[in-house]
Ligand binder design. Sequence first.
Ligand code: TRP
Length: 460
Amino acid sequence: MIKTRDNWGSRLAFILAASGSAIGLGNIWRFPTVAYQNGGAAFVQIYILFVFFIGFVVMVAEIALGRNTQLNPVGAYRKLASPRSPWAVAGFLAVTASWAVVSYYSVVAGWTLRYIFTTVSGTFSHPLSQEQIADIFSRMVTSPWQSIFWHLLFMVLTVAVVMGGVRQGIERWSKILMPALFLIILMLVIRAVTLNGAARGLGEYLRADWSKVHAGTFIAAMGQAFFSLSLGAGTMLTYGSYASRDENIVNSAAWVCFLDTLIAFMAGLAIFPVLFLMQGIQPEVGAKLIFFVLPRLFAEIPFGTLFGTGFFVLLLVAAVTSSISLLEVPVAYFVDERGWNRNKATLFCGVAAFLVGVPSALSVGAVGALSNLLTVGSRTFGFLDLMDLCSGQYMMTFGALMIALFTGWRWGVNALRSEITHTESSALIRRIIAFQIRYVCPLVIIGLIAYIILNPGAFS
Ligand code: TRP
């Protein structure tokens, strides 16, 4: 029996789904604060260079590997190397990394789900003190049942979409959610830049302060670029495996990189003016920024509840289209390599990711032992932080290195060039990509890995 593989209905569908994967929590809450800490527009410029010279190239290679083999990461390495080749380990690492990332990604996404309800019900519509706001967050994360409940609900959403399949699930939802995401962020940017006093925050964001740029800035830019572009964990490879033979990979990857960077930049435009309206508030990173600082402002700005609800809906939408891409990686593995049907594979992968996510959900205060597993200097790492460190940083950076080395030296740049040959794309661009993937990417990534091994938690 010939099994036909799922595929995207159109080129646009592929670009939307891949952008959906790329645009996620990383763009909206991480990019603006990392940018602030590293000199605003100076960081943005460095970041764009990395996206263009490294991220884009690795993305082309990942998509090409998937499209060429029409397989999941394990199958792709096996097919192009040999069935018993040690390269298959790189495939397993990629599958494990995506699976691990989705387990804790879902925990954080679950919080945004809960905050939609909190905001829409008007909790933040009257002024609250910082303690009261912090209390709302800590009541959620220290209650074991609440933490697990929202994580479960988000995972159910993810599983429901992935179960629908490539075309009826992922593609269909990406086509609805991505335009919605764009509209919401556009509304938020307009609301934010027209606030009284917006200029101050915008000034902070758009001024290139080169005095804050140091070695760590380059590392932060690279780590952020990989995470944000969904590279190194087999996500783009798997999505590429559903792409058609006449897809122009170079062109589509360029679109995904552009859209991902655009949304990250817009998130900064939306968040900074609001943030700097509050005297004396230092931009906080990650969860604190989103759940402690922003809610305080919703009470004070016109249409604050609407703004706030829109903001958490935006986060949820961005998170769903990313988590479905993460879950799809192990699902594709079980479908291709083990011959499981999609429903069984999705259910199994979803339940496993949920269970592995439970300790993460409990590690933000609900269970003390899980919340303080490791202390390095002044920082304590809980289970969730360690999962992020291992899978969201080490494993995927290593995965990106494997993609570059495999494509540059094993599969070969000639094979890559012929896979991305397309009537419209120029030979010069293909040649530059080949050079980058063979020499520049591996060297740069090895530098990054050396740095993060010496400085755990450098990105978070
Ligand atoms: N890129 C997404 C974000 O910015 C997260 C994501 C999806 C991801 N797939 C990935 C991160 C694969 C690492 C690897 O939030």
